[in-house]
Design a protein around this ligand. Structure first.
Ligand SMILES: Cc1cc2nc3c(=O)[nH]c(=O)nc-3n(C[C@H](O)[C@H](O)[C@H](O)COP(=O)(O)OP(=O)(O)OC[C@H]3O[C@@H](n4cnc5c(N)ncnc54)[C@H](O)[C@@H]3O)c2cc1C
Length: 336
């Protein structure tokens, strides 16, 4: 039977390092353990699921049960000439899975090296970096339906994947627990090194291989992003806004240096970090919360910031970006 801890500090379980408590906290190691808790511990409700807390901002104690599924295991379930299908338990660490894939000579995840979090959370916001998104290689997501306690599977085509979004972030939010994900890895190595300075970094390391691409991504990330073990943060706090081309052109009449990336359907993506920097927030501190001095898209906990302090700072940033550019920023982080 899974142990249920009472009045449990979540400081170690969120990368912002915010000191909040859960009324109850449990780390079930199997689907059956989750079902047992849900059937027998009604007094612990409401509940929420966490992975490694790298995309969550807690603004208060949670007066219910926090479940952190610790379902482990990486196993190859089938393969053909082109693909190898691996089922990965929700509680596996994402980067350990990427390391496993690269060591196993399987391609498709190397650009997503070093993204914090668990494998089970990877489909939720369709994690992405360096020109790749996890939806490119997801075959199926297995989950427990919390209403019926049935185990179900959703093929990738029905997951409504988009830029940092999926069905799990909206329609299925708080209604399911992802238990494992089936990834479709490639036996052939097709590299994607066109994003940013990735190609240049790979060249410094020698021959093009899965291992050199992974190491190049790790090097770039380490040089740009603050390590949550040293300074609390949840990576990009805001999504990069997507605007119609016409709207963006109008803004560029006043701000000709505004960077943008063309997207299909007459849309453009604007780097939120640039907008925040233009409003003078880069490196700013308000109390214990602040904006990172190298990457304005990252909000940081300088010490003992509360979740409310960080949320208020985010609100002020959103206001000033709206005032200057008439663009509404949307948080990428889940605010609880
Ligand atoms: C330094 C840093 C860099 C980052 N860089 C990137 C990046 O490059 N690209 C990117 O996309 N993201 C990035 N992130 C964000 C983060 O790594 C991802 O969103 C990651 O997938 C979150 O995983 P997690 O296990 O920590 O999820 P958590 O933060 O614990 O949870 C996120 C959400 O998923 C839900 N959830 C978690 N597990 C389950 C489950 N098993 N079933 C159902 N719901 C669940 C939670 O309720 C919550 O709503 C970064 C974060 C940090 C700290």
């Amino acid at each position: 039977m899974t142990q249920i801890n009472e009045n449990y500090s979540l400081k170690k379980y969120n990368t912002f390092g915010v000191d909040v408590k859960a009324r109850y906290f449990a780390t079930p190691q199997s689907i059956q353990e989750i079902i047992d808790i849900l059937e027998n511990k009604r007094e612990c409700f409401p509940f929420m699921i966490i992975g490694e807390g790298s995309n969550i901002l807690f603004t208060r104690d949670f007066n219910g049960l926090v479940l952190k599924p610790a379902i482990r295991g990486i196993k190859i379930i089938s393969s053909d000439r082109e693909h190898c299908y691996a089922e990965v338990g929700a509680g596996e660490n994402w980067d350990e899975f990427v390391h496993w894939a690269v060591e196993s000579n399987l391609a498709g995840v190397e650009n997503l090296s070093l993204i914090p979090g668990s494998a089970g959370s990877s489909p939720i916001q369709n994690i992405g970096a360096y020109g790749a998104e996890v939806s490119d290689i997801i075959e199926k997501v297995n989950y427990l339906d919390l209403e019926t306690l049935e185990i179900k599977s959703l093929p990738a085509g029905e997951c409504h994947f988009g830029y940092r979004t999926s069905i799990f972030k909206y329609q299925l939010k708080n209604r399911i627990v992802i238990t494992s994900v089936i990834f479709r890895l490639n036996t052939a190595h097709i590299y994607n090194t066109t994003y940013g300075n990735l190609q240049e970094e790979v060249e410094k390391m020698g021959d093009l291989s899965l291992a050199t691409v992974r190491q190049a991504v790790i090097n770039i990330r380490n040089s740009k992003l603050p390590d949550p073990k040293i300074i609390g943060n949840a990576g990009s706090f805001f999504k990069n806004p997507v605007l119609g081309k016409e709207v963006a052109c109008k803004i560029r009449q006043n701000y000709s240096s505004m960077p943008f990336y063309n997207l299909p359907g007459d849309l453009v993506k604007i780097p939120a970090g640039w907008l925040i920097e233009q409003c003078g927030w880069k490196g700013k501190k308000t109390g214990n919360a602040g904006v990172h001095d190298k990457q304005a898209l990252v909000l940081v906990n300088h010490g003992n910031a509360t979740g409310m302090e960080i949320k208020e700072l985010a609100g002020k940033i959103m206001e000033s970006v709206y005032e200057k550019f008439s663009i509404r920023l949307e948080p990428e982080v889940n605010i609880i």
